[in-house]
Write a new protein. Structure first.
Length: 337
């Protein structure tokens, strides 16, 4: 039997775990809401529980997984598995040795990488990006994350490549969650869109957005709330959505002008919820700013949904880490030296 691989996507709203075989087939999966209070250790405990559950579903002992990959938000040190400043996670303003904690729990080598890089790579290997050799992943949700695959390989730069949400689309523009101004995410990220909507509503601008939100029993302007309000023609929702699409189009075009990738894969909560009609609008906004307009990249919707991050993390770990048995042998060989 081929070795089995564990993957965990650590998101701001959910922890998704999966167990894969070496062909990428998902044999078991489990998910749970990310704890909203507590410490990084509490979050790690949920991650361990979910991967254990996914392993049970796949019919294997959790400690028999050959490798474990993690896609994490925040600043990730891939060499040590330390995650720093994951602001959307409880008590995670500082550093936490996530990789080591999971390695101890599963007695397996662990690779911690960026969540969006993992999701992009999964789309490349077994999702919407399969026909292409180079692509840009754009995950449009609370923020806007990006990932890059060039010439068949994930490109991470020195660890921080692909941050398309922080491509500047307006110099001196709106304040971004990152503290700087004019980033694409400051217009297109769902959290920023909500901040802008709340500010305008406080100033007396009429909008249905918050009525729809309350009717749905939500305290946040979720993707579903935005879709509903835009469908109803709510002027503020339509205006902010248009700003978001222009910003997305400009940032994607700038990235394409630089990298000339074959395809752009759009995913994320908002991207998937808005779907095909919006893909076309993003494409139009991109084309308006594309240098090589005669040969634009394909724009496609992500296909792997919620499992993408976990699948990508598992496969990155499988490729980049020596498997457990190999590691033990090489450790033994290395010892005398
Ligand atoms: Zn920013």
């Amino acid at each position: 039997m081929s070795p089995l691989r564990g993957g965990i996507d650590l998101g701001g709203t959910k922890v998704q775990a999966a167990v894969l075989d070496d062909e990428g087939s998902v044999l078991g999966s489990a998910r749970e809401a990310t704890p909203t209070r507590g410490t990084p250790a509490d979050v790690a405990a949920v991650m361990i529980a979910k991967l254990t559950e996914a392993a049970a579903q796949a019919g294997v002992e959790p400690r028999s997984l050959a490798t474990v990959g993690v896609g994490s938000p925040g600043a990730v040190d891939a060499a040590t598995g330390t995650v720093t400043g994951a602001g959307n996670l409880p008590g995670w303003g500082g550093s936490y040795e996530l990789g080591q904690t999971l390695a101890d729990a599963f007695d397996a080598p662990v690779l911690v990488g960026n969540d969006v890089d993992a999701a992009t790579y999964a789309e490349f290997l077994q999702g919407a990006g399969q026909p292409f050799k180079s692509l840009l992943g754009v995950f449009w949700g609370t923020g806007v994350g990006g990932g890059v695959v060039l010439d068949g390989k994930p490109w991470n730069g020195r660890g921080a490549a692909g941050e398309i949400g922080h491509v500047v689309v307006r110099i001196g523009g709106a304040r971004c969650g990152c503290g700087r101004r004019g980033c694409m995410e400051a217009y297109a990220g769902r959290a920023s869109m909500e901040r802008r909507a709340r500010r305008r509503a406080r100033k007396g601008v009429h909008t249905e957005l918050f009525r729809i939100m309350k009717k749905r029993g939500s305290t946040r302007l979720t993707s579903g709330v935005w879709v509903k309000a835009v469908e109803r023609g709510d002027p503020l929702a339509v205006e902010l959505m248009e700003d978001a699409i222009s910003a997305l189009g400009a940032a994607i075009a700038s990235s394409v002008n630089l990298l000339d990738v074959e395809a752009v894969v759009i995913g994320g909560g908002l991207g998937l919820r808005l779907g095909a009609p919006y893909l076309e609008r993003v494409q139009d906004a991109m084309l308006a700013n594309t240098f090589a307009r005669h040969r634009p990249p394909a724009i496609v919707l992500a296909e792997l949904g919620d499992l993408g991050g976990a699948v990508g993390a598992a496969r990155l770990a499988a490729e980049q880490l020596p498997a457990r048995r190999t590691r033990r042998r090489s450790t033994a060989q290395a010892a005398p030296a």
